[in-house]
Each structure stands twice: as C-alpha cells, then as structure tokens.
Ligand binder design. Structure first.
Ligand SMILES: Cc1cc2nc3c(=O)[nH]c(=O)nc-3n(C[C@H](O)[C@H](O)[C@H](O)COP(=O)(O)OP(=O)(O)OC[C@H]3O[C@@H](n4cnc5c(N)ncnc54)[C@H](O)[C@@H]3O)c2cc1C
Ligand SMILES: *[C@@H]1O[C@H](CO)[C@@H](O)[C@H](O)[C@H]1NC(C)=O
Ligand SMILES: *[C@@H]1O[C@H](CO)[C@@H](O)[C@H](O)[C@H]1NC(C)=O
Ligand SMILES: *[C@@H]1O[C@H](CO)[C@@H](O)[C@H](O)[C@H]1NC(C)=O
Length: 482
C-alpha cells in the first residue's frame, strides 16, 4: 500500500501542529543522506484547469514542491486562436462573464485589457425564418423582446443574478481552504438548489420550476444552448443550462490579444517545468511513486526520470478518444462522451437568401434554435486585437457545427468564399444522462487527481479554473500542508 499522507519539506511545514508531529513530519521527508527532498508533482494537461492547479499549488506550497507540467500542443488547450488572413481569432473558448472572478482577477493582475466588444445584432433562426431579430436601437429591442417573450427575459435576468450570487460562494470557500472530493459536493456547497439542478434536465427546470414559457424555451434558450453546448434543452442538466444562458447576458468580455494568454501566464508564474509531450501511461512503482510514460514532439517514447508523489490529470477523459492508461486503475468510470464540434472560419460573404432574407441585412450573430440543423450558429467574428477604432470588419465569420460542412453546403451558406479554416474539437461533455452513473470524483485513486470532474457540472473556463484550485487544495490537504 502507498503511504497516504505525504509530507512536505520544512520550508512550508508551517502548521499549527504539535512539536512531536512536526518532528515526524520532518523526518519523513528526509532521504538517505539526511536531506529533505522536494515533493514532485506531475500535472498532465496545460489548459486553464492544469495551469490554474499549478499556479495555486505554487502559491500555497512555495519552493517545497517541484511541478512538471506535461502538455500536448499549445498551452491553453481549448482556449486557442486560429490565424485567418494574418489576424488571430478565438477558435475555442471566447467569452467570459463579468462574475468569472478568477479569470477577471488574473486578467487584471497580469495587466491584460478587456477587448472592445462590437455592437452586433443577434437573430434567432429556426431553420425556416428569423423568429427574433435584435434592432440596433436599444429601445426598439426592449419593445421587440417584450412583444415576443413577455416578461421571460426579465425572469432570465433575475434567475441568472440569483444563480451567480449563489455561485460566488465558491470563492469564499476556496479562499478559506475548503477542498471537495467530488464534483456534486463542490456544487452543492454553493447552494442546495444546485444539487437539484444537476439531476434535472433544463427544459422541465425552466418550465416547471421557473415558470418560463414554451416560446422562450423553444427559441431563445434552445438557440443559446445549441450555440454554447451544441446540445438541446432536453439533453443538458439545469446547471449547465443556466451557465450557458449566463452567456446571453450583457457585459460579456474577452482578453485583448487572446484568452490563451491567461493560461500561458499562469504556467509561467507557477514556475513549472513545461514538458511538451503526450502522456500515454502512468506506472505505479514499487516505492508507491509514479512514473510517466510519454511521447515527445519528435515521436520518441520516454519515461520520466522523476518519480512523482502525485499526478494531476487536468484533461478531459473522453471515452470516445481515451488514450491514457494507468497501472491498476480503470479510467472508464471517470470518462464520458464528449461532443464533437467543428469551428469553421470563412472569409467571405454569407448568403442572406439561404436564411430566407431577400435583403442583405442578416443579423451579425445568427443563433440556430433547431438543433437538427447542420449549423449551430454563424456569426461575424472580430480578431483578438480588434478595437472600436479598427477600420472595418474583415468579413471573417465563424460557424459551429457538429459535422464538417461540405463544399456544396458551404456554397449555400456563403455567396463569396475567399478562404476557409476548420478547427476540430472534442468540445464539452455530452450531458445527456445515459443510464450509467458516472464517477465525478476529483480523486481517482491514491495520489491521482482529476480536475475535469468539474466539467460534468458545466464546462467553462472559470469552471476549470475552480476545478484546478480545488485539486490543488485537495492535494495539499493529502500532503498535510495547510
Ligand atoms: C468551441 C468551444 C467554445 C467554447 N466557448 C467557451 C466560452 O465562450 N466560454 C467559456 O468559458 N468556455 C468555453 N468553452 C469551454 C472551455 O474551453 C473549456 O471548458 C476549458 O477551456 C477547459 O479547460 P481544461 O484545462 O479543463 O481542458 P483543456 O483546455 O482541454 O486542456 C487540456 C490540455 O491537456 C492536453 N492533453 C490532453 N491529453 C493529454 C495527454 N495525454 N498528455 C499531455 N497533454 C494532454 C491538451 O492538449 C490540452 O492542452 C468552449 C469550448 C470550445 C471547444
Ligand atoms: C442525483 O440522483 C441520484 C439518483 O437518481 C442520487 O443518487 C444523487 O445523489 C443525486 N445527486 C444529487 C447531486 O442530488
Ligand atoms: C495580436 O494578437 C496576437 C495574438 O495574441 C499577437 O501575437 C500580436 O502581437 C497582436 N498584434 C497586434 C498588432 O497587436
Ligand atoms: C519505461 O518503463 C517501463 C516500465 O519500467 C518499461 O517497460 C519501458 O520499456 C520503458 N520505456 C522506455 C521507452 O524506456
């Protein structure tokens, strides 16, 4: 058996423990030469979850630990840009809510500005026609919204406000050092209401619990969830549904120059050794420590020279794409199906007629409420350095779809195509309950942690940032530092 309680070196064994306890703790980190060895941690995955975990670990444990951060591809993972015609566009996670406190504080701490947001007009397309279109005049908008959806948009605002105020409790809990073993425990600690939302699909929640009308659910909620999670209100849980709808309120923001800069800076600040490699296997050694087997960028297989005291998996365990194995640990109960999503970038001009419009005045952002349609959304895109004073729009559009868009289909959608780029993702969990109860534990086995358990509540940058901090707290608790 492995020793469960690992102990850190004296430099951080600062705790309010009795003298005799301290002595045993000290002696247990001494090696044969009588020197205190640093605890070694491997984090696998350099997205916002892994870099957040590394950042908080370093912040709490200082020099007493050594962190190796294994990442495949660019730091940032699902926060990434794509280059179109010499400019960069968000290809993955693009929008943040003003109440996403960690992301907001980091942006401020690292000196990043908020990107200007364009005044674009949104429209909801149901496969036949636009059932709702914003106007460029805000007072006309209020009238239109009220006319179509009655008081539901106001009901939405108060639901989101209420949810976010409950959600904000997680920040106090984490600041006070509280760590959770499982995702439902973490979510429930914010509010009992949330635990119910995890077990309820979104449509009955909106309709029966919150009193929203069918039209609002079928059009606005359906379109937003289809665009944000590529799924239907009948499929997602009420918690992720509400998180998705929070992405439909005003004052959303993004990091000027690209959101990826935040995980990049977190990785840098965490002072981790960044190892560009894909981890294939984790071996448990006779001494109870872990060795990581990985393939580097030149396709060479290697074993880590470090033996780790703990391993953090900061990556989605995708049952339809699972390539990681761990000695004696079955990862299947911790994995799940992820939604494939393709972001297609087109420089050109959309064909208004295809959307039933005779004139050229297509809304800038088209959200599709009919989930069976090929496309989930189609919108004008602005590059990561865009400002209100930038000259004109570069005619770059982003389409979300769950399948590749074929040439003929693209020609139907665009009357002019100058260039096209596709970015393929396993984007977020498929939330539809499949009858198998998933293990959503932050701790998979002794010394092995999983940040992305949190994604099964809701997938978002801030959620992974919170998951990363939770795992840092949990790990340090197990190491007995706190
Ligand atoms: C198209 C799209 C749009 C989105 N829009 C938004 C949005 O507007 N707002 C929002 O908040 N969220 C959005 N999200 C969700 C958000 O991107 C994710 O929830 C979040 O970025 C997940 O971060 P993560 O660190 O948990 O995972 P990831 O970003 O997936 O990081 C995992 C990292 O691990 C690496 N990795 C995987 N396997 C291995 C291995 N075996 N060895 C080594 N490294 C490995 C990966 O390459 C990756 O770098 C969107 C996602 C997508 C795909
Ligand atoms: C969800 O329901 C299952 C049983 O259907 C129950 O075991 C579980 O505790 C519930 N989860 C939450 C968070 O309430
Ligand atoms: C725009 O953003 C990219 C990507 O973040 C950055 O590398 C580049 O320096 C920026 N360019 C300008 C002109 O600001
Ligand atoms: C890595 O270690 C394992 C287990 O000790 C061994 O079987 C394997 O051959 C090693 N691989 C490499 C590339 O050294």
């Amino acid at each position: 058996m492995r020793i469960n309680k690992l102990v850190l070196c004296y430099s951080c064994a600062i705790l309010s423990v009795s003298q005799s306890q301290i002595l045993t703790k000290f002696s247990s980190c001494l090696n044969e030469e009588g020197q205190c060895e640093k605890r070694k941690i491997a984090i696998i995955g350099g997205g916002i979850g892994g870099t957040s975990c590394a950042y908080w670990l370093r912040k709490s444990a200082g020099d007493s630990i050594e962190i190796d951060l294994y990442n495949y591809g660019k730091i940032g993972g699902r926060i990434a840009v794509v280059e179109v015609n010499g400019k960069f566009y968000e290809a993955g996670a693009s929008i943040l809510h003003p109440d996403n406190l960690y992301m907001k504080n980091w942006a401020e701490e690292f000196g990043y500005k908020k990107r200007d947001s364009p005044d674009d007009r949104m429209g909801i397309y149901n496969g036949v026609e636009f059932v709702f279109e914003e106007s460029s005049w805000s007072f006309v908008n209020y009238a239109k919204i009220f006319w179509r959806y009655g008081l539901d948009p106001f009901r939405l605002n108060s639901h989101i406000k209420d949810m976010l105020s409950k959600f904000s409790k997680i920040y106090q809990l984490q600041d006070s050092g509280k760590a959770f073993e499982t995702m439902p425990e973490l979510i429930t600690a914010m509010s009992d209401e949330f635990s119910k939302q995890l077990n309820l699909t979104f449509r009955p929640f909106l309709k029966e619990e919150k009193g929203f009308h069918e039209r609002f659910i079928d059009e606005l909620a359906a379109a937003v969830i289809n665009c944000n999670y590529g799924q239907a209100c009948e499929e997602v849980n009420a918690f992720v549904g509400s998180v998705g709808l929070a992405g439909a309120v005003p004052n959303l923001w993004a990091v000027n120059g690209g959101n990826f800069q935040i995980p990049q800076m977190l990785a840098e600040k965490s002072n981790s050794n960044i190892i560009s490699a894909k981890v294939n296997h984790i071996t448990i050694n006779p001494d109870g420590k872990y060795t990581v087997q990985a393939t580097d960028s030149n396709n060479n297989l290697f074993n880590s020279t470090n033996h780790y005291d703990a391993v953090v998996l900061a990556l989605p365990l995708i049952s339809n794409d699972l390539s990681l194995t761990i000695d004696g640990v079955d990862l299947a109960p911790h994995s799940g199906t992820y939604q494939k999503l393709i972001a297609t970038f087109v420089r050109g001009k959309p064909r208004a007629k295809t959307f039933g419009k005779e004139d050229d005045h297509l809304p800038d952002s088209i959200l599709v409420s009919e989930t069976r349609l090929l496309i989930k959304s189609l919108g004008k895109n602005f590059d990561v350095n865009w400002t209100k004073s930038s000259p004109e729009h570069d005619n770059v559009y982003k389409i979300f779809s769950t399948q590749s868009i074929e040439e003929a289909q693209l020609k139907e959608l665009f009357e002019e195509i100058k260039e096209k780029h596709e970015v393929h993702w396993f984007a977020y969990p498929k939330y539809k309950f499949d009858g198998v109860s998933k293990s959503t534990s932050f701790k998979i086995a002794d010394g092995i942690y999983h940040v992305n358990a949190i994604e099964w509540a809701a997938s978002a940058m801030e959620m992974s940032a919170i998951g990363g901090r939770n795992v840092a707290l949990l790990l340090l608790k197990d190491f007995d530092v706190q």
